[in-house]
Design a protein around this ligand. Structure first.
Ligand code: SF4
Length: 653
């Protein structure tokens, strides 16, 4: 589905930063949407029946900057206890709105809506139980299902109206109803329709205090679903409801931060999003600074350097399509893997040991290089030299003048400005990296690039709205029918490593999720160690699912339903399985939502009772109620039985 005009787009502008204006939704004393700032929220992980524990954790979250506190209410007794939690918080002087998180239990929702400022329902399981069945519906039987939903949902709407309670209709990619799956499949369209079924009932009832979300653990799917949601709201003439942004089960540490930034950051760049929850398998207060860091980048984004308008948009925003490029060496064409470029141009001294940080380990006794899954493909040396033999898979990129003196060295390639290229500078017969910012991308350059089988375009930006500017370059290339491979370049300075991960994941990830880019180059001055910067590049490619270099963990953030220590268990599973490149392991705190939410994981480790774990292969239960003490070993046995296990020692050789 490509867009040929900008009239039905999903955002105000693809070239000029502008936040989508939504209706304001009152949520206690902290209104959401409209002209309000992007609100930050998180969710407690303590058992909701533990009143003091919940209060104290809520206070830690609020003190960290959380503007709404979500608390799970799996049944009526927890919903009832929200009143105690709220009372104690108010007694201690905290007026932060509370949000009840509801799955499967309309009676808990109806009670909670009388107590707290907002309820979150999951349209995939509010009125439906998941049976993983494909059912054939006729028009009449489908309509019958919608009538059944309406009957179950109307009491909640009426209570919300009466009590001034807001509602989030929060779709999860992993827990779509069998009805939606049967008609729309496991797709962004299914996610959108799942919310719209409930939203239309709300509008019929003249209830508009609604926030919408489209979460997935796959940032590509999540981005597409939110965009499609906005487009459908516009198309159907529904109100511009505020959006709650989040990537579910993002995991912990840098993986969680990068995955969240790819999903949330990409949407924020286009002005979408009114509230953010970053889901990390860490303490909830640790999520808050990450969310602020993401939101803060847009405080002064308006007024950035202008970017030329896009008369017609050739990129498909609602489904993943890799831009078609021709192959040059190992980039573009039939090489689907984006390449990673490391920057050593500023390094004082480069030795063989410096390459350890870039994923190349030299073994002195064996006199050979071991290449890890995170070994970069090229090093940009600028005007520096290497005085040792490099691994055979590595390419070296020099500034053009320096390359002229090095051109007989194997796998050495020049990097030259677009102007030098157009002036007829001497070129490599294999690969030439042509550096260009948006103003360099002229008709003359495009024509020359089109006819040059050795050219790779290396794009950079100094615009504060850099992702949009680089995306605009792709539009020019596509309009001109120029299939040159493109390396996405971006320079950062004086950032913490956390900031670098979040910013680069937003700026570069936002292009990669749309199939744009055949390689990435992060130039990071004073932003942390080389190893971390190199890993950041690989982790961005992993999060955008464009290059898999390690095991992926889809771990839930935990909540009051969680049946084991998620942080500790995730760390333990990671320590045993992190070498299983390409395998996805879901680690979920409860069996109520876990199996649905772990989406497309290959293996699942799910809490099924106190001290009990149920293991999954795909969507199938394969070991029930395994004692927790044995469950990690059993998971590894299961991976072994399915032929996906590799011994770590084998990989070292
Ligand atoms: S899967 Fe995790 S976060 Fe989701 S409801 Fe269960 S325990 Fe809570």
């Amino acid at each position: 589905m490509s867009i040929t005009s900008t009239s039905n787009l999903y955002c105000n502008s693809l070239v000029s930063y502008s936040r989508r204006l939504t209706i304001e939704v009152p949520v206690g004393d902290v209104p959401l949407g409209g002209h309000n700032p992007i609100r930050i929220q998180s969710m407690t992980t303590v058992d909701t029946m533990d009143t003091l524990g919940s209060v104290e954790q809520s206070i830690r979250m609020i003190d960290a900057g959380c503007e709404y506190v979500r608390i799970t209410a799996p049944s009526v007794k927890e919903a009832q206890n929200l009143a105690e939690i709220k009372k104690e918080l108010r007694k201690r002087g905290y007026r932060t709105p509370l949000v009840a998180d509801i799955h499967f239990t309309p009676n808990a929702a109806e009670l909670a809506a009388r107590i707290v400022e907002k309820v979150r329902i999951n349209p995939g399981n509010y009125a439906d139980k998941k049976r993983f069945e494909v059912i054939e519906y006729t028009e009449a039987s489908y309509q019958g299902e919608l009538n059944r939903i309406r009957d179950k949902f109307l009491p909640l709407i009426r209570i919300c109206k009466e009590h001034g309670t807001a509602m989030r209709i929060g779709t999860n990619h992993g827990s779509l109803s069998d009805r939606i799956m049967s008609r729309y499949g496991d797709s962004p369209m299914g996610m959108v329709e799942s919310a719209l079924e409930f939203l239309r009932i709300c509008e019929d009832e003249q209830y508009f205090n609604i926030v919408l979300s489209m979460k997935s653990s796959n940032p590509q799917v999540m981005v597409q679903a939110y965009r499609l949601l906005v487009q459908k709201l516009n198309e159907e003439g529904l109100k511009p409801y505020p959006l709650h942004l989040g990537v579910t089960e993002a995991g912990d540490g840098e993986d969680g931060r990068i995955k969240s930034s790819v999903g949330i950051g990409t949407l924020l760049e286009d002005g979408l999003g009114d509230t953010i929850r970053v889901s990390l398998t860490e303490e909830p207060e640790a999520e808050v600074p990450v969310a602020y860091e993401l939101a803060r980048r847009y405080d002064h984004r308006e007024g950035h350097a202008p970017i030329p308008a896009i008369p017609s948009y050739p990129i498909t925003p609602f489904e993943y399509n890799r831009r078609k490029t021709r192959a040059v060496l190992n980039m573009g064409g039939t090489h689907p893997i984006p390449r990673v470029f490391a920057d050593f141009s500023m390094k004082e001294k480069i030795t063989a040991a410096s390459l350890f940080a870039l994923g190349y380990h030299y073994s002195v006794p064996l006199d050979k290089w071991n290449i890890t899954d995170m070994a970069c493909d090229f090093i940009f040396l600028g005007d520096r030299f290497l005085e040792f033999e490099i691994p055979g898979t590595l390419g070296l990129v020099y500034n053009h003048k320096t390359w002229l003196a090095q051109k007989d060295q194997p796998r050495a390639y020049p990097f030259l400005r677009a102007s030098n290229y157009l002036e007829g500078a001497e070129l490599s017969p294999i690969v030439n990296f042509i550096y260009a910012c948006i103003n360099d991308v002229t008709g003359e350059l495009l024509e020359k690039l089109k006819g040059d089988p050795t050219a790779v375009l290396f794009i950079d930006t100094y615009n504060e709205h850099g992702m949009a500017e680089q995306r605009r370059i792709f539009v020019s290339l596509m309009d001109a029918g120029c299939d040159v491979p493109v390396i996405l370049g971006k320079a950062y300075r004086d950032l913490s490593i956390d900031q670098l991960q979040m910013y680069a994941a937003t700026d570069l990830g936002g292009l990669l999720v749309d199939g744009l880019g055949d390689g990435i180059f992060i130039a990071a001055e004073n932003c942390g160690p080389d190893k971390k910067i190199n890993e950041t590049a690989f982790n961005i490619l992993q999060a955008t699912r464009t290059r898999i270099s390690k095991t992926e963990y889809i771990s839930c953030p935990s909540c009051g339903r969680t049946l084991f220590d998620l942080q500790e268990t995730t760390a333990m599973i990671r320590s045993r399985t992190s070498h299983l490149k390409g395998i996805k392991i879901g680690i979920m705190g409860c069996i109520v939502n876990g199996p649905g939410e772990m989406a497309d994981a290959d293996y699942g480790y799910v809490g099924s009772g106190p001290g009990r774990i149920t293991l999954y292969k795909g969507r199938d239960v394969v070991r029930k109620n395994v004692p927790a003490a044995k469950a990690v070993d059993e998971l590894i046995n299961l991976i072994r039985e399915n032929g996906d296990w590799l011994e770590q020692e084998v990989l070292m050789n």
